[in-house]
Design a protein around this ligand. Structure first.
Ligand code: PLP
Length: 389
């Protein structure tokens, strides 16, 4: 979910002349007022600690634990390195069950750790890994499951844990979309052996680039801290082939500032989500996902499914919005299992993944971000409504 359709400043101007409107992307990063960030920079310039677990890194870990309601967090330079390190920390090997309906980094992390992804289909209600289909994919080589809380909607964590317990499997949640989400028992990030967050620019909470692993105990966090620092445990001892996954002070400082703005970020996202739900509910052929089993949602995405009874195909609607300078995204199309490095796997066949295949053909993520104005949102909704018969 990292790329945007790129327009140069010149083409933005041209697009404005052609349509009369500035482009609207699927998301726009939230940036606090620049003057609020200057004191943080001054502090870094004064103390000259730029990385390696400096003061802002520590402060952000503490602040995030408090904000998210979890015990231990290890910060990373991005979510992908955090995923790779999570697998390494738990010594995951062999086959790993995962979803094809995600951003490609979920499965790529397995290839980086020399594990074999085994794709299992998703549920049509949440578009998350279907627990009922996991058992059939388990072999003697299976060691772990990587489910994704897709769009921030929690997986069926109870059912997944039950299977993991029965077969002695590790569970690492790709929680890249799940910042701040809670269920009846508290943070959704507490589930599984580890949960991995992304703080990429496109995410609800961003540190420009960034990520984290939520871990259950201090010992696991310590191992992860070693692994994200080349495997160093002290000046002269290296215990594993760790990567350089550390978050820098500038990203951590930005995160601390960003955290102060979270209440208004979450509020605006909730308002935009509610307005879409209200206005789209009566458009024939447009379906959206029901609120999943969470008590606090983060409204990180607003996916719609374009059904056969809508007058336009999904791709025609995508193009029509584009012609109006509105850049929706077909997350997650293509499926991970359709990319060249995965499509030869036995589990990657479309017959094995009918629900995911259908979802990838129907889904369109509409713009949702704090600065999206009501006027712009109405314009998007109008375009969707124009096709009604
Ligand atoms: C589901 C999912 N997993 C992993 C990632 C990778 O995170 P990052 O971009 O921080 O490396 C992303 C987003 O970018 C994502 O959406």
């Amino acid at each position: 979910m990292s790329s945007h359709t790129w327009l140069s400043p010149k083409s933005v101007e041209q697009a404005k002349i052609d349509t009369g409107f500035a482009p609207i992307y699927v998301t726009q990063p939230y940036l606090p007022p620049l003057e609020e960030f200057i004191p943080y920079l001054e502090e870094i310039w004064d103390n000259k600690v730029l990385t390696n677990g400096g003061p802002y890194h520590q402060l952000l870990e503490e602040a995030l634990c408090k904000y998210l309601g979890v015990e231990h967090i290890a910060l990373f330079a991005n979510g992908t390195l955090a995923l790779v390190t999570a697998l390494q920390a738990l010594r995951v090997t062999g086959e790993v069950i995962t979803t094809p309906y995600s951003f490609v980094a979920t499965a790529h992390s397995l290839l980086w750790q020399n594990c074999k992804p085994v794709f299992v289909d998703i549920e049509s209600t949440t578009l998350n890994l279907d627990p009922a289909k996991i058992e059939a994919a388990i072999t003697p080589e299976t060691t772990a499951i990587i489910p994704v809380h897709c769009y921030g909607n929690p997986c069926n964590t109870e059912a997944i844990q039950k299977i993991a317990d029965n077969y002695n499997l590790r569970v690492i949640y790709d929680a890249a979309h799940t910042f701040g989400v809670q269920d009846a028992g508290g943070s959704v990030l507490r589930h599984g052996d580890l949960s991995v967050l992304s703080f990429h620019a496109t995410k609800v909470f961003n540190t420009f680039e960034g990520g984290a692993i939520v871990c259950p105990d201090a010992k696991t966090k310590q191992r992860i801290n070693h692994l994200k620092n080349f495997g160093f445990v002290d000046e002269t001892t290296v215990v594993a082939a760790g990567i350089n996954g550390k978050m820098s002070e500038i990203n951590a400082a930005f995160g601390l500032l960003q955290l102060q703005h979270m209440p208004q970020i979450m509020l605006r996202r909730a308002e935009i989500d509610m307005f879409y739900r209200e206005k789209l509910q009566n458009i024939k052929g447009i379906r959206y996902l029901p609120q999943a089993d969470q008590t606090v949602a983060n409204h990180s995405y607003f996916p719609i499914l374009v059904e056969p009874d809508y007058p336009l195909s999904r791709d025609a609607l995508y193009q029509k919005l584009k012609d109006h300078n509105i850049f929706s995204r077909r997350y997650f199309y293509p499926l991970i299992s359709d990319f060249p490095m995965y499509r030869g796997l036995p589990s990657a066949t479309r017959n094995n993944l009918p629900i995911a295949t259908e979802a990838a053909q129907k889904v369109l993520c509409l713009p949702i971000y704090p600065a999206l104005s009501k006027q712009d949102q109405k314009r998007i909704i109008n375009i969707l409504q124009q096709e009604e018969k």
